[in-house]
Design a protein around this ligand. Structure first.
Ligand code: 5GP
Length: 203
């Protein structure tokens, strides 16, 4: 059976912007959307589960997968590796399932080069002050980690202009709804639909 190819959706956003909540709402709203579980060498946060939020690997395990060519993209931030497994995206896409990737700006840029048809969405905070307050308030980060993440924010903000869409996360539900609308509209693009033979009775 030949399936219609699924669509790749890349979501990025500053640390602490509330991507996790928005992504969960998105997944819950769209049955044909599958979250690509990345690999990382960072330690799990409270409440995070191996094989659900990430595949948590040691540095050695991660490097073995690099050597085996298992990643479609990977990046090393200040201290940790993050990477997208080929197996998480190629099979679902081929079966017509849409795949959602949560990537930093480097990963998003790399994926856009490899999959020019993907759509990239940046989730922005209402303001930088709100973001800093959220980052401190979530209580999961050390002072050093917060400072590092604020530096990353400065770098990432220069990349927003390269995204296809930018949505502000004031309220997670309405932010998720906007992304649902983006995905539905993208599916309706003529270039994404197989219009061949619609008016051809011999079809
Ligand atoms: P966190 O440690 O807060 O879960 O994620 C830190 C950053 O890594 C976020 O910007 C997140 O989007 C990004 N990230 C998560 N998984 C991947 C991945 O597989 N590849 C890349 N390039 N970035 C990722």
């Amino acid at each position: 059976m030949k399936y219609k190819q699924g669509m790749l959706i890349v979501v990025s956003g500053f640390s602490g912007v509330g991507k996790g909540t928005v992504i969960q709402l998105l997944i819950d709203s769209m049955p044909n959307l599958q979250f690509s579980i990345s690999c990382t060498t960072r330690a799990p946060r409270v409440g995070e589960e191996n094989g659900v939020n990430y595949f948590f690997l040691s540095e050695e395990e991660f490097e073995k997968k690099i050597a085996a060519g298992e990643f479609v993209e990977y990046t090393k931030t200040f201290t940790n590796y993050y990477g997208t497994l080929k197996s998480e995206i190629d099979a679902p896409l081929a079966h017509g399932v849409d795949v959602l990737l949560e990537l930093n700006v480097v990963g998003a840029r790399n994926i856009k080069e490899l999959y020019p048809d993907c759509i990239t969405v940046f989730i922005a905070p209402p303001s930088l002050d709100v973001l800093k307050a959220r980052l401190i308030g979530r209580g999961t980060e050390t002072q050093e980690s917060i400072e590092r993440r604020i530096k990353e924010i400065e770098i990432e903000s220069k990349e927003i202009r390269n995204y296809d869409y930018c949505v502000t996360n004031n309220v997670a539900r309405s932010c998720a709804d906007k992304i649902v609308n983006i995905i539905r509209s993208e599916h309706l693009k003529v270039s994404r639909q197989n219009m061949t033979n619609i008016f051809n009775s011999e079809a």
